[in-house]
Ligand binder design. Structure first.
Ligand SMILES: *Cc1c(COP(=O)(O)O)cnc(C)c1O
Length: 365
């Protein structure tokens, strides 16, 4: 028996997708195509299992790297797969064509590689336009026009060319002005394009209806987790897909003043009961979780105590604890949103989910 497991709730995933589709409709009630973002091992949930569970519910998948896309193809996933970062060398172009991948194009070197390639099958592309993040793509209308023209004249490129952009502050509702500016620039530049448009991420789908282009790209919300700092997935009507669980493997009675773990970072301020849980940063639980981070034991929240170790962490079960060795512990997920743990660690839930380690047993249910 593995102690630490990540339970992946298929029913929750399908429930979330339904909700997302409802939310993503444009102002005329049209249903955009849904591109499920499954990069980084589906945000730590398991690339193939998630992609397979979604195969009748979404129109395409998006990943960051060509290796991720090839894994989907090797596993028998046949729907379109979009490379959000494009590609980095000429050889990749052959694979993109051979595996029928769709690629974002953000730089002149990618356009040149597409022009040079000798292909049997054209490649579908989205030109990436920078509307305010300054990460990938150009924000100069002249430059965009020039790149678009070359792609339109390139015999290896399927026509028409689509346009893809990424919102940089959509998760911050108070940034009304910068969001408005990005959306406005997106639609201005989009007039140059004959192909399909792809803008909204999770936050766009939930709170910026103007970003509901014919293709949308939900990531974090599919997994039942919120992109907004002050809300959880359940606050948005979503169900968490991953529940990270383990068990208590030892219990000790502590006297007031007893010191716990490496660096004695926790000192008991009363007589109490200490539980040792088999889950640590070697499983992906964040070491930076401070004393008092909640975990669920037998339906109640108890605080962590002391530094998280590589394979274990401590919880203060309280003086009246009736908990037993091998009782189940929920680190995050159902009943304990990962957003709360992320916030105590001064990070975002995306990072905690991505960091779940391969030694954790995945259970798909
Ligand atoms: C990761 C990513 C997404 C998904 O973002 P969420 O906030 O998880 O919805 C969409 N588009 C691009 C370009 C991305 O890199």
């Amino acid at each position: 028996m593995e102690c630490v497991s990540a339970f992946i709730d298929r029913e929750a995933l399908l429930f979330n997708i339904k909700k997302i589709k409802e939310k993503a409709k444009d102002k005329n009630g049209n249903q955009p195509k849904v591109v499920a973002v499954v990069k980084a091992n589906a945000y730590g949930h398991g690339l193939y299992a998630v992609a397979n569970a979604l195969k009748d519910s979404v129109d395409a998948y998006a990943v960051a790297r060509i290796g991720e896309a090839m894994e989907l193809r090797r596993e028998g996933i046949t729907r379109p797969v979009i490379l959000l970062e494009g590609f980095f060398n000429e050889e990749d172009v052959n694979f993109i064509s051979k595996y029928s991948l769709i690629t974002a194009v953000n730089s002149i070197y990618q356009v040149e590689a597409l022009e040079k390639a000798k292909l049997n099958k054209k490649i579908k592309v989205f030109l990436q336009v920078d509307i305010g993040m300054h990460r990938l793509g150009s924000c100069s209308v002249e430059e965009i026009r020039a790149l678009l023209k070359r792609l339109e004249n390139c015999p290896n490129v399927e026509q028409p060319v689509g346009m893809i952009s990424h919102l940089s502050v959509a998760d911050t509702p108070s940034e009304t002005e910068y969001n408005r500016q990005q959306i406005e620039f997106f639609y201005e530049v989009s007039k140059e394009f004959k192909g399909e448009l792809c803008l909204a991420n999770s936050a766009g789908i939930f709170i910026w209806p103007e970003t509901h282009t014919p293709w949308v790209r939900p990531g974090i919300v599919m997994y039942g987790v919120s992109p907004f700092e002050d809300k959880t997935g359940p606050d948005l009507g979503l169900k968490p897909v991953m529940t990270l669980k383990s068990r208590i493997i030892a219990i000790h009675k502590l006297k007031k003043g007893d010191k716990v773990g490496y660096g004695a970072a926790f000192v008991a301020d009363r007589d109490t009961t200490l539980g040792v849980v088999s889950c640590g940063y070697g499983d992906g639980y964040p070491r930076c979780a401070p004393n008092g981070t909640p975990v669920l034991v037998n339906g109640r929240e108890v605080p962590t105590a002391g530094h998280v170790c590589m394979d274990m962490l401590f919880v203060d079960l309280g003086p009246d604890s009736k908990d037993k060795v091998f009782d189940e512990v929920i680190l995050w997920g159902k009943g304990l949103p990962v957003e709360r743990i992320a916030s105590l660690c001064n990070t975002i839930p995306y990072e905690l989910l991505c960091h779940v380690m391969p030694r954790v047993e995945y259970v798909f249910g």
